[in-house]
Design a protein around this ligand. Structure first.
Ligand code: ZN
Ligand code: ZN
Length: 365
């Protein structure tokens, strides 16, 4: 099937430098799948690497959010990971990590913490099967990488990011055991926050969103936030704490979710949560950044913290089902604000790094 066909893949040769390389598309190994990339997004974690801020990764294939069309199926692959029959030409999305099911965390059912999650990430592209990142014409889905068929009603530009922000916050909310009727505070109304608001609304929670950027709070309302708290109107911690308590009969929220990536936001959340409440920590992922924290307040309030890293891979299926149910309810396509062609990917990375664009996408069809 792949006889003689070639594809292009972008490889970061060093931070801020990119080269396109051409390789033959090799027949996928048993259990593997080769897709033709239809659309792929630039995510914050790529920018971190692109700018040379990652402590270890200095080169390799980039890209982890995409929707693709099945180009070649490895031996034995007839269904996706939900048992839906698949064939060449079907649109699919995949988790961005592997689930080996053999390492210690996998053996304990902690599939989101698989020790081999990134084994096939950002490898040099000369290593077969070459297409290790989604920034290319093709992408290799490893046998241990969960993938799912995309329902027809979900457009490419909405499906392409399902495997990152949406699946992440969906897993986070369920890990934090949110319940209908509860009030949640979503700290940060970026991609993660907006998706979290939409999922929390479907679960019939009351949502308060807080952010320092007013335009994001406008978006938060479009994604269903019942109340928003702006840093412009409430510039101090004390003012925000007072506002949250006003909105919750003096109690504080049942649960808060931190998706800002700002260490100080994590410390702040504890002030907003009620006694006996829960805290879902997702945004801060860079160790070594420290901040003042009030552990006594945490103990006195007996708050349970749920740190959430990656997600159980089947949350990608739940996310696709969620999108299919809510596709007309929320403006998911507005989460992307700039479109580029594959050949302009360096420009897309640079403009994202300089914050000229917020959320860039590469469209190949
Ligand atoms: Zn991502
Ligand atoms: Zn594992």
């Amino acid at each position: 099937m792949c006889d003689g066909k070639k594809g292009l893949v972008a490889e970061m040769t060093e931070p801020m430098k990119l080269e396109f390389k051409e390789y033959p598309i090799v027949e996928p190994t048993p259990g593997g799948v080769i897709v033709k990339v239809l659309q792929t997004n630039i995510c914050g974690s790529e920018l971190h690497i692109w700018k040379g801020l990652h402590p270890v990764i200095r080169s390799g294939a980039l890209g982890h959010e995409m929707i693709g069309e099945i180009f070649a199926l490895g031996e034995g692959v007839t269904e996706d990971f939900a048992g839906q029959p698949i064939k060449v030409g079907d649109r699919v999305v995949s988790a961005y990590f592997l689930t080996c099911r053999k390492c210690k965390p996998c053996q304990e059912g902690q599939f989101n913490l698989c020790e081999n999650a990134y084994k096939f990430w950002r490898l040099p592209t000369e290593q077969a099967p070459h297409f290790h990142g989604t920034f290319g014409t093709h992408y290799y889905i490893h046998p241990d990488q969960y993938f799912y068929k995309v329902p027809d009603e979900i457009r490419n530009n909405v499906a392409a990011s399902a495997n990152c922000a949406l699946s992440q916050v969906y897993f986070g909310l369920e890990t934090g055991q949110v319940k209908a009727g509860e009030t949640i505070l979503v700290q940060g109304a970026g991609g993660l926050g907006l998706n979290a608001i939409a999922v929390a609304k479907e679960k019939n929670l009351r949502v308060i969103a807080v952010d320092a950027v007013d335009s994001r709070l406008e978006q938060a309302k479009q994604f269903g936030a019942d109340e928003v708290i702006s840093f412009t109107d409430y510039p101090t911690l004390e003012a925000r704490v007072e506002r949250v308590h006003e909105l919750t009969d003096g109690a504080g929220v049942d649960v808060a979710m931190e998706v800002t990536g700002v260490p100080a936001a994590f410390s702040e959340g504890v002030h907003h949560i009620r006694v006996g409440g829960r805290y879902i920590a997702i945004g801060n992922i860079s160790p070594g950044q420290t901040v003042a924290f009030d552990p006594g307040l945490l103990t006195r309030k007996a708050i349970t913290i749920y740190p959430v890293l990656r997600y159980h891979p089947w949350y990608l299926k739940k996310s696709l089902d969620f999108l299919a149910r809510n596709i007309d309810r929320y403006p998911f396509e507005t989460l992307l604000d700039a479109e580029f062609k594959l050949e302009d990917i360096k420009g897309a990375l640079d403009k994202s790094a300089s914050r000229e664009v917020t959320r860039a996408t590469i469209v190949l069809v």
